[in-house]
Design a protein around this ligand. Structure first.
Ligand code: 5AD
Length: 347
């Protein structure tokens, strides 16, 4: 079947084989058709509203050594910070006044925030009336369970790549099996579970990207965040060539075709590689934006890769800017919590 026909089939059935995905990834003559189809599927399944999630990056301290990430523990050139729970609560209060319905708490793998400290923060934020998404890395089943009991609703943990060899090469001292165990635990505990991958890693193939997309479907992910790999100074991959905006967009559009009703953010990495990257992503399958609501000097210091978009704006400026942009493409800002499967009910 031609790639054109394969895209039509995917729109109708939400199914593609690995070989078919590879075919579409390889063929750049059909990109516009792929993007238009993903946009239509997004509209039909999750509607016109865009969910804004307020992102608080509360600690850039990390015990991991992921070879692509600027926050890796071996990078001694960045200034490390850890917010107090009062600072986190102040940001959550501001988010409330800006109209956010979800807070995303993201950090490096920072052992300072033990289960008790995390649960106390979760309970306080929950009391303000937010839905809570966590992005704290790999934890035990018991820790995830405690977060859930404290009131967390969603959890983001990218698989990064499903190529086991590549995964283990990029993540010293970590195991692919444990990563998958975490995702399984999160699902079984009833979290809305988000995962995703990097696009353009050294040694990554079309076949492995196709496997990534099929993995998202296999575990029935509720959210998929993905973006281009952007080489970061002071990391072992600083000289690598990195991913392109277009290829990340293609993987995202294909993800929308195969998982039509999930939440997909237009990621900061997309905006970093293209000045209008977020809005383009929203027109190629995405339906979520996660504005960084971290304030002050911390905003620059969460430097997972260079040139991170939005660090120049204050959170309020950015919220206003993205609202205008979203409305200018005929979309609306959601005033619901934006859980998966509730889309059409609460649009
Ligand atoms: N380029 C793009 N994305 C990156 N991430 C980490 N380092 C980079 C980089 N250099 C992504 C990872 C992680 C998320 C929080 O940021 O996919 O899961």
């Amino acid at each position: 079947m031609s790639s054109k026909k394969l895209i039509e089939k995917a729109e109708k059935t939400s199914l593609l084989t690995k070989e078919e995905i590879v075919e579409i990834l390889k063929d750049n003559s059909i990109n516009q058709q792929l993007f238009n189809t993903a946009n239509r599927v997004r509209k039909n399944f999750v509607g016109e509203s865009v969910h804004l999630r307020g992102l608080i990056e509360f600690s850039n301290i990390c015990k991991c050594s992921c070879k692509y990430c600027g926050l890796r523990k071996d990078n001694s050139t960045i200034k490390r910070y850890r917010m107090s729970s009062q600072e986190i609560m102040r940001l959550a209060q501001s988010a409330l006044s800006y109209g956010y319905k979800t807070i995303v708490l993201q950090s490096g793998e920072d052992a300072f925030f033990d289960t008790e400290k995390m649960c106390s923060i979760i309970r306080k934020i929950k009391k303000l009336g937010f839905a809570i998404t966590l992005s704290l890395g790999e934890k035990t089943f018991e820790e995830y369970q405690a977060y859930k009991h404290a009131g967390a609703d969603r959890y983001l943990l990218r698989i990064e790549t499903t190529d086991k060899k590549l995964y283990e090469n990029l993540h010293p001292f970590m195991s692919f099996e444990n990563r998958k165990r975490c995702l399984k635990d999160l699902k079984s505990l009833g979290f809305e579970t988000g995962t995703g991958c990097l696009v353009g890693l050294p040694g990554q193939t079309y076949e492995s990207l196709a496997e990534d997309i099929l993995f998202f479907k296999e575990i029935d992910a509720d959210m998929i965040g993905l973006g281009p790999f952007i080489p970061c100074p002071q990391t072992p991959l600083e000289k690598a060539s990195g991913g392109t905006f277009e290829s990340a967009l293609k993987v995202m559009a294909l993800t929308r075709l195969l998982l039509p009703d999930i939440n997909i953010p237009a990621t900061t990495a997309m905006e970093t590689l293209h000045p209008n990257g977020r809005i383009i992503a929203l027109q190629c399958g995405a339906n979520v934006v996660m504005p960084d609501i971290t304030e002050g000097e911390y905003r620059q210091q969460y430097a997972i890769y260079p040139g991170k978009a939005d660090v120049q704006n204050t959170p309020l400026e950015y919220k206003d800017k993205i609202t205008v942009q979203i409305q200018s493409i005929g979309r609306t800002i959601s005033d619901t919590f934006g859980f998966r499967n509730n889309h059409l009910k609460n649009n």
